[in-house]
Design a protein around this ligand. Structure first.
Ligand code: ADP
Length: 554
C-alpha cells in the first residue's frame, strides 16, 4: 500500500507537469494552424470578392467600336449575360457612358435596360467628380463605388466615348455579398467564428462594413487582407495575353502601397476572433483542456485515496474480527472448562456431599448462562448486519419489558448482591417496538452495569416520558450504575462492534465488545438512539431513547 501511495505521489505530479507542457506545445501548434487557416480564408475572401468585381469589369468592358446606339444593343446583351452568369447580379446598379463633346465638356449617358438605349442625364451628385475626367487610368473609384472602363470606341462625329462607368450597389454589397462571403469563409455551423470589418485603404476611418460596433477602430487583428481590385490575370490567363491587351498595366498600377504592407485592393479586411484574438481563443482552449486533464488527475488521486482509506478500513475490520474470534474463543474456553471439569467430577462420583453437589450445579448453571448469553450476542450481531430486519414492532408497554428484563437478570443481581432502584413513570405511553429485542437491549445494559458496577453494587433503572427541547416527545429507558465509569477517550468508541476499553481488558473483565453495538442497533431499528453519560471512577448512565407510538385508530 505504501509503495502504491509513493508511486502515485510521484507519478501524479510528473503527469501533471508533462500534461502542462504538452498542452502548451499543442496550443502553440494549434495557434499556428489556426493562424494559417485564417490567413488563407481571408485571402480567399478577398480573391472571391475580387473575382466578382473582375467579372463585372470584364463583362462590361467595351471591346468593339461602334455607334452609341449599336453599343446600347450590345450592352443589353451583356446585361443579360451578367444576370444569368454572375453570382450576385444585383451588385451592378447602373451603367453610364462618359462622352466628351467637341467643346471639351463631358456628357453623361445612362443606360436604360428596358429600352436597350443610352439617354443623356444631368450629372448626379455621386458621379460629380467624374465630370472633368479626360482619360481614366484608374479602374476603380471605391468611394462611389464604381468601375471605370476606358473606352476604345472610335470617335462618333464630334463626340468621343471616354469610358464606361459601372456603378456598384453599395447597400447590396454590404447586406448580401459581404455577409454571404463572411459566412462562407469565417463561419462554422452558420455561426461566425470571427468578427470582420472592412475599411477604406485611403481613409481607415471610413468603415464600409463591420459585424460589431467599433470593430474597425480596434488595435489588433488576427488577419488583414486587401480586397476590391480588378484582377484581370485571374480571368484572362497568361500575362502575355494580358500584355497584348494592355491590361497588365492597369492591374499593376492598382497595387498601391500603404507603407505597412503591400496588399492588393482599395479596401482592407480586418479579422479578429470572437473571443478577442486568436491568441485568446487558443488560450481559452488550453485552459479548458488543462482543467479537464487536471480534473481527471484529481479524480485519480481521490480514487487512490479512497482505495487506501477503504482498504485500511477493511484491514482494521479484519484485525478486529480476528481479535473477536480470539476473544470469543477465549471467553468460551473458560466456562466450557469449568463445566467439563465439574461434570467430570460429578460423573466420577468424586462429589458426594449434597451441599457440594448443589454448588457444582449452580456453577454449571452460571457458566452455562454465560455461554448462552455470549452465543446470543454473537447470533444477534450476525443477524444485525445491514439488509436484515429481524424485528417485528408492535405497540408495547415499557413496564412489562422492564420487568421481564429484571426478571431474567434477577439471579445475577441477587448473586452479586446488587441493590436495584426501579422508577417507572405511571401512564407511560406505548412504544412501537419488538418487545423481545428491547428486552435483550435492556438486559445487555443491565449485564454491563453488573459487570462494571464494581463494589458499589447499586443499579437504577428508570423509564419516563421526555420532551426534549429539539425534536418530538420520546420515552427514555435509563440504566445507571456507580461503577468504574468510562475513560473520556473511550466514550466515542464503545458502540463500535468488538471495541472493549483497554482498562477492562487489563482488569480481565470478560466480554465480547458486542453488547453496546447491539443495543445501539436495536435502538436505531426502532427509530431511536442510545446516549451515555459517564464519569470515570463514579459511574455511568446509558439511556435508550424511543419515539412514542402513534395512537392507533380504534
Ligand atoms: P463488553 O461489555 O462485552 O466488553 P460492550 O459493547 O457491552 O462489550 O461494551 C463495550 C465497552 O464499553 C466495554 O468493554 C467497557 O469498556 C465499556 N462499558 C460498557 N458499559 C459500561 C459500564 N456500565 N461501565 C463502564 N464501562 C462500560
Amino acid at each position: 500500500m505504501l509503495s502504491l501511495l509513493a508511486a502515485v505521489a510521484l507519478l501524479l505530479p510528473l503527469l501533471a507537469v508533462l500534461q502542462y507542457r504538452w498542452l502548451g506545445q499543442v496550443s502553440t501548434a494549434e495557434r499556428e494552424r489556426m493562424g494559417a487557416v485564417l490567413r488563407s480564408a481571408a485571402a480567399q475572401f478577398g480573391e472571391t470578392f475580387d473575382r466578382e468585381i473582375t467579372r463585372a469589369y470584364s463583362t462590361f468592358q467595351q471591346q468593339r467600336a461602334g455607334e452609341i446606339s449599336q453599343l446600347a444593343k450590345e450592352y443589353a446583351g451583356r446585361f443579360q449575360e451578367w444576370d444569368t452568369s454572375a453570382s450576385y447580379p444585383r451588385m451592378v446598379r447602373d451603367l453610364y457612358l462618359i462622352v466628351a463633346d467637341a467643346q471639351g465638356s463631358n456628357r453623361l449617358l445612362q443606360f436604360e435596360q428596358g429600352a436597350a438605349a443610352f439617354h443623356q442625364i444631368d450629372w448626379p451628385e455621386e458621379l460629380a467628380e467624374l465630370q472633368g475626367v479626360t482619360m481614366p487610368t484608374d479602374p476603380i473609384r471605391d468611394e462611389i463605388p464604381a468601375l471605370l472602363i476606358p473606352s476604345d470606341a472610335a470617335d462618333e462625329g464630334a463626340s468621343r466615348i471616354l469610358c464606361v462607368v459601372v456603378v456598384l450597389d453599395l447597400d447590396h454589397l454590404k447586406q448580401v455579398v459581404i455577409p454571404a462571403l463572411a459566412t462562407r469563409f469565417f463561419a462554422a455551423d452558420d455561426e461566425l467564428e470571427y468578427e470582420l470589418a472592412i475599411v477604406r485603404r485611403s481613409d481607415p476611418q471610413a468603415v464600409v462594413f463591420q459585424t460589431n460596433d467599433n470593430l474597425a477602430s480596434r488595435a489588433t487583428n488576427d488577419a488583414v487582407t486587401g480586397l476590391f481590385e480588378v484582377r484581370l490575370e485571374t480571368l484572362l490567363g497568361r500575362p502575355e495575353a494580358q500584355e497584348r491587351k494592355g491590361l497588365v498595366r492597369i492591374v499593376k498600377r492598382q497595387r498601391i502601397s500603404t507603407g505597412e504592407e503591400e496588399l492588393p485592393g482599395r479596401w482592407k479586411l480586418l479579422v479578429r476572433h470572437q473571443s478577442g484574438s486568436l491568441e485568446e481563443a487558443v488560450a481559452n482552449g488550453r485552459r479548458r483542456n488543462l482543467a479537464v486533464s487536471f480534473g481527471v488527475l484529481l479524480l485519480l488521486a481521490l480514487s487512490v485515496g479512497f482505495i487506501v482509506v477503504s482498504s485500511g478500513r477493511a484491514t482494521r475490520l479484519a484485525r478486529e474480527q480476528m481479535k473477536f474470534v480470539a476473544g470469543v474463543s477465549h471467553e468460551l474456553r473458560t466456562p466450557l472448562a469449568v463445566i467439563c471439569s465439574a461434570g467430570e467430577n460429578l460423573a466420577d462420583g468424586v462429589v458426594h456431599d449434597r451441599h457440594q453437589i448443589a454448588e457444582y450445579g449452580s456453577l454449571i448453571r452460571n457458566e452455562g448462562r454465560r455461554l448462552s448469553r455470549m452465543v446470543e450476542q454473537v447470533l444477534e450481531y450476525a443477524g444485525a448486519q445491514p439488509g436484515r430486519q429481524p424485528y417485528q414492532p408492535k405497540p408495547v408497554e415499557l413496564r412489562a419489558v422492564v420487568e421481564a428484563a429484571l426478571n431474567e437478570s434477577r439471579l445475577q443481581l441477587e448473586e452479586g448482591g446488587f441493590k436495584v432502584e426501579t422508577e417507572i413513570e405511571t401512564d407511560l405511553p406505548l412504544v412501537n417496538a419488538d418487545a423481545a429485542a428491547l428486552q435483550r437491549a435492556l438486559q445487555n445494559l443491565l449485564g454491563n452495569a453488573i459487570k462494571y458496577g464494581a463494589e458499589n453494587r447499586w443499579i437504577a433503572l428508570r423509564a419516563w416520558k421526555d420532551s426534549p427541547a429539539s425534536g418530538s416527545e420520546e420515552v427514555t429507558l435509563t440504566v445507571e450504575d456507580r461503577g468504574r465509569g468510562i475513560p473520556a477517550r473511550d466514550v466515542s468508541r464503545i458502540f463500535e462492534p468488538f471495541y472493549r476499553s483497554p482498562d477492562v481488558v487489563a482488569a480481565q473483565i470478560q466480554g465480547s465488545g458486542l453488547g453496546l453495538s447491539l443495543v445501539q442497533h436495536i435502538a436505531a431499528a426502532h427509530g431511536g438512539r442510545v446516549s451515555v453519560e459517564s464519569r470515570p471512577g463514579q459511574g455511568s448512565s446509558f439511556t435508550i431513547h424511543l419515539p412514542i407510538a402513534a395512537p392507533t385508530a380504534s
